[in-house]
Design a protein around this ligand. Structure first.
Ligand code: AMP
Length: 314
């Protein structure tokens, strides 16, 4: 089934001269990895394609991919094919797909909205980058070492270095295909995991200030904390796994103030307790054990915590 869908997607790309690549807002390694990976795949597999990007590229993560090409938005004068990567629902797409003639969705989240004309959806895949990497099973598909590294970073980011349970033989199969493109793996891990002293200070702050509530642990970063710690709001959730792998905590959260949108961004992680339905209730969604949500004010936090505790006690 996947094989046939990949064939259809390649045919569709054949039909268009202009292609625009989309991914979700709040981009992470897998979002950028699958977007850059697909760019590289198209440029190396097809001739005479104009490939554009949609979305905000101001994230600190972008530099880690070492992309040498140009990031341009399409003008939609020619019929444009939109390929949306790693994005479960239309509202979360970073950019406007309405001017695209056709849409291809490639995603690994729980299926809530099959908004594409073609939908390659596999919620059992570790990452969207893995799905894109396995296009290489089709003999026609080629990458460069840039694209291979980008997809590898996506897989590493979403599996936390092959640790999470969605890691399976397809994940390692994808890794082998990418490994054969001969990028510098050690340099890649350094780009992803080297820290600054500033990050240690954030860790110290979180470990000193986090709150525990029965089986739940969470930290709150108010805007004044972000300023004091000298980190951007977008990085507020990056430290959520400081509270992971603690026997007493079944669910752990990062809560970061967003003064621009007047709300609070929540990242939820868990061991064995599905949290995605709770995330849905608070304007979010995601995976069973890793979801995001939004609180309109901190007053909503106790409701969210009660829902989580109820789930733990079920
Ligand atoms: P985050 O906590 O932002 O890292 O998100 C964890 C996972 O949930 C990621 O795979 C996100 O793509 C997904 N996610 C976060 N927020 C939402 C949302 N509002 N709707 C659907 N999925 C989300």
């Amino acid at each position: 089934r996947v094989k046939i869908m990949i064939e259809k997607i390649l045919k569709k790309i054949d039909e268009y001269e202009c292609i625009c690549l989309y991914r979700h807002v709040n981009p992470d390694y897998d979002a950028f990895g699958s977007q850059f990976g697909m760019y590289d795949l198209i440029q190396n597999t097809f001739e005479n394609k104009e490939v554009y990007f949609a979305g905000d590229f101001s994230s600190d993560l972008v530099a880690k991919y070492q992309f040498n090409g140009e990031i341009n938005e399409p003008n939609f004068e020619k019929p444009t094919l939109g390929i949306v990567l790693d994005t479960a629902n239309q509202e979360r797409i970073d950019g406007d797909i309405s001017l695209c003639k056709e849409i291809i969705k490639i995603d690994h989240h729980i299926v809530v909205d099959s908004y594409g004309n073609l939908n390659l959806e596999d919620s059992t895949a570790s990452s969207c980058s893995q799905i894109v990497a396995l296009f290489l099973k089709n003999k026609r598909v080629k990458l460069s070492s840039f694209g291979a590294a980008a997809l590898y970073m996506g897989i590493i980011g979403d599996t936390n270095r092959f640790m999470y349970s969605a890691t399976d033989e397809r994940t390692f199969e994808a890794a082998i295909y990418l490994y054969n493109y001969d990028f510098d793996m050690q340099a890649l891990y350094e780009r992803m995991y080297m820290k600054h002293v500033k990050d240690l200070k954030v860790n110290a702050f979180i470990l000193n200030h986090y709150i525990e509530d029965e089986g739940v642990a969470y930290y709150v970063l108010k805007d004044e904390d972000l300023k004091h710690l000298n980190i951007s709001r977008e990085r507020g959730s990056d430290f959520v796994n400081l509270l992971s792998s603690v026997d007493e905590y079944k669910v752990w959260l990062a809560i970061t103030e967003n003064t621009k949108d007047h709300n609070w961004r929540v990242s939820m992680r868990s061991r064995h307790i599905p949290v995605n339905e709770i995330a849905n209730k608070y304007r979010g969604g995601g995976h069973a054990f890793a979801s995001g949500a939004t609180l309109l004010s901190l007053d909503e936090l106790s409701l969210l915590l009660n829902d989580i505790k109820e789930r733990i006690n079920e």
